[in-house]
Write a protein that binds this ligand. Sequence first.
Ligand code: COA
Length: 388
Amino acid sequence: MTNVAVVGVGQTKFGELWEHSLRDLGVKAAAAALGDAKAEAGIVQSLYIGNMSAGRFLGQEHLGALIADNLGIPHIPAVRCEAACASGSVALRSAYLDIKSGNADAALVVGVEKMTDLANDEVSMTLAAAGDQEWEAGIGLTFAGLYALMARAHMHKFGTTREQLAMVSVQNHSNGKNNPYAQFNMAVTLEDVLNSSVVADPLRLLDCSPITDGAAAALLVSDKLAKQFENPVWILASEQANDAVALHDRKSIVEMQAAKMAAKKAYEKTGLSAKHMDVAEVHDCFSINEIISLEALGFCEPGRGGKFVESGAAALDGEIPVNTTGGLKSIGHPVGATGVRQICDIVRQLRGDSINQIKGAKTGMNLNVGGSGATAVVNILGNELKGA
Ligand code: COA
């Protein structure tokens, strides 16, 4: 089977982008990725769109054909992939498998979401549809509410503190200060987080990722084509696992089984482990999720995520720099785009051109989570073809 490389990445600015339509955003990110690869759109043999809910956010469906047409490549197979906030990663994984299977030599992935055209209460209801409609959304549980339940349980079981949750946000806002694509460039202090307004106790405004418009894209190619490109970054593994949608149907609400399983499969496939990673992007949609994600990926023991962050181990100069350009908290979280944006940032780190470059980074991973953990995708990337 062929190997698969990412040879171009690109993204739009993230934020409230009222002057841009969804198709504008998708096309801009795609053009940026093709430009980064120095490739023409004609190279693309299949197109995968990561998008959670353009139908409800904007009344627009059929995004595969729409974006392909607007890119000037209307006749290639093009499809939208949906798995809530993991839509971008399932699109990337579909493109990866398309090439891996020998069906295509070049596939383009575009993650895109335009959320800010709706009022915030309508956005919350739209997002809540990624939970269990009958048992969660229907009784008024938003995603902030679901993650608040997980946070409380984690605090109760492991002694995770309110301050440790806040440290996740402080660190990610600090990492995003110089990110030109980020929705928020301001630094926040521990006091800012602890004094921000309560959204769903114990989570406060500055524990939450914002509501965001934006797009990100990546061009993937086979071994055969990779030789034509400068600095290919190899996808060493792309693994997905799932779990019950409803939180109460899970074995535990203080850990993410799907994320643990996806990571285990990715580690087994590559022969690598957490200790081999030089950099990681994890899904900090709410501060508690970064803590649970660090545990799921094996960077620390179960229950120790809060202490791990507090120790500085996940900082830019720590043992595993996490969310080095700001994470969802600072960059923003256009839900269908986030998984692809994470890949853009890992690729830049492994090529050596990140805004917050980790010296000598050779291997990195991302964890993109859908909903409160019902879908998890883990990718391991390397600037050399090792362990693949
Ligand atoms: N972090 C920092 N600042 C934020 C913010 C966030 N997450 N969300 C909004 N703000 C700021 C706005 O920029 C605005 O600032 P300004 O007054 O200086 O212009 C102010 O807070 C009010 O913004 P508004 O949009 O009215 O906030 P809100 O209270 O309606 O919404 C949240 C805030 C946290 C409830 C909303 O962002 C949210 O629901 N986030 C979670 C999204 C989500 O669930 N994603 C899926 C994850 S699984």
